[in-house]
Write a protein that binds this ligand. Structure first.
Ligand code: NDP
Length: 287
């Protein structure tokens, strides 16, 4: 089988160039601005935040970073979010997760103005996604749709199976596929006969968080496989939720890990921030 390797790194790069061009052409009067809040010293979070700011710089966005000590109170974090909600330079607010255990993430995320919620985690934006109305959609699922579209993979009428039902990946990608007229099945840890269900998928999305869980016998020959998982093996290798080598031999298209879905997540964060700047201007003109 001539398998297409869906190159997320390249597609994300193209997207970033498009965003940079939009900034240079001043499609918004004001430079789009992103604020990133980091609470504590989690090393992985620090790297994510650094990368997000680097990408902001690369496309010409304005960005601010707030690093709060790990023992900051929930209300301190919420006050900062409220200030940023009012800051006209800022179009998008990103609270880097996970937050320290004594802070209830849900309460902090719900404080972010839905109009600056570029992560798409606020319940109003989740509701808009369910109702298929314009709003912010969380970045990883939005990036998956972009990968499928830019690889000319048809969605309408296809059987799509999503393994995983998290709020940030499984549920929103299932909804996005449904809105694009796929016939969608959502699977989780209590699903019976997962193998049979997965084998019916024309598009299989694995968002489980278990290394190489999806094996060759679970995949229909010729299917498109989207691997969201990021798992570190004991030998240090980074692998997805799909057993890539054997599966890639029988499918029509597949995303690698690393270099598939991952790079799209930050690209979509930039895309959401640009969108936010555009919406903000439109709303201001209306007022
Ligand atoms: P969660 O842990 O929140 O969700 C995992 C889901 O997988 C749950 O719904 C769970 O079912 C399901 N699951 C677990 N075990 C099984 C099983 N044996 N059979 C079927 N379903 C199972 O993970 P996330 O959605 O946050 O992330 C999933 C993966 O994607 C992780 O590896 C994460 O690192 C990665 N990720 C990658 C991103 C990127 O940018 N590339 C962004 C976000 C996540 P149940 O609900 O029943 O417990």
């Amino acid at each position: 089988m001539n398998t297409v390797k869906i190159d997320g790194k390249m597609i994300a790069q193209t997207l970033r160039e498009e965003i940079k061009e939009a900034v240079q052409k001043k499609t918004t009067k004001k430079t789009p601005g992103l604020a990133v809040i980091l609470v504590g010293e989690d090393p992985a979070s620090k790297i994510y935040v650094r990368n997000k700011r680097k990408m902001c710089d690369a496309v010409g966005f304005y960005s601010e970073q707030y690093t709060l000590p790990a023992d900051s109170s929930e209300s301190e974090v919420m006050h900062l979010v409220e200030d940023l909600n009012q800051n006209p330079k800022i179009d998008g607010i990103l609270v880097q997760l996970p937050l320290p255990k004594h802070i209830e993430s849900r309460r902090v995320l719900d404080t972010v103005s839905p109009e600056k919620d570029v992560d798409g985690f606020h319940y109003l934006n989740v509701g808009k996604l369910v109702a298929n109305r314009p709003g912010f959609v969380s970045c990883t699922p939005k990036g998956i749709i972009e990968l499928l579209d830019r690889s000319n993979i048809e969605i309408a009428g296809k059987n799509a199976v999503v393994v995983g039902r998290s709020d940030i990946v499984g549920k929103p990608i299932a909804l996005l596929l449904l809105h694009r007229n796929a016939t969608v099945t959502i699977c989780h840890s209590k699903t019976k006969d997962l193998e049979t269900i997965c084998r019916q998928a024309d598009i299989l999305v694995a968002a489980i968080g278990r290394a190489q869980f999806i094996t060759k016998n679970m995949v229909k020959p010729g299917a498109t496989v989207i691997d969201v998982g990021i798992n570190r093996l004991p030998d240090g290798r980074l692998v997805g939720d799909v057993d890539y080598e054997p599966v890639s031999k029988i499918v029509g298209a597949i995303t690698p890990v690393p270099g598939g879905v991952g790079p799209m997540t930050i690209a979509m964060l930039l895309s959401n921030t640009l969108q936010s700047a555009k919406w903000a201007e439109k709303n201001r003109t209306k007022k």
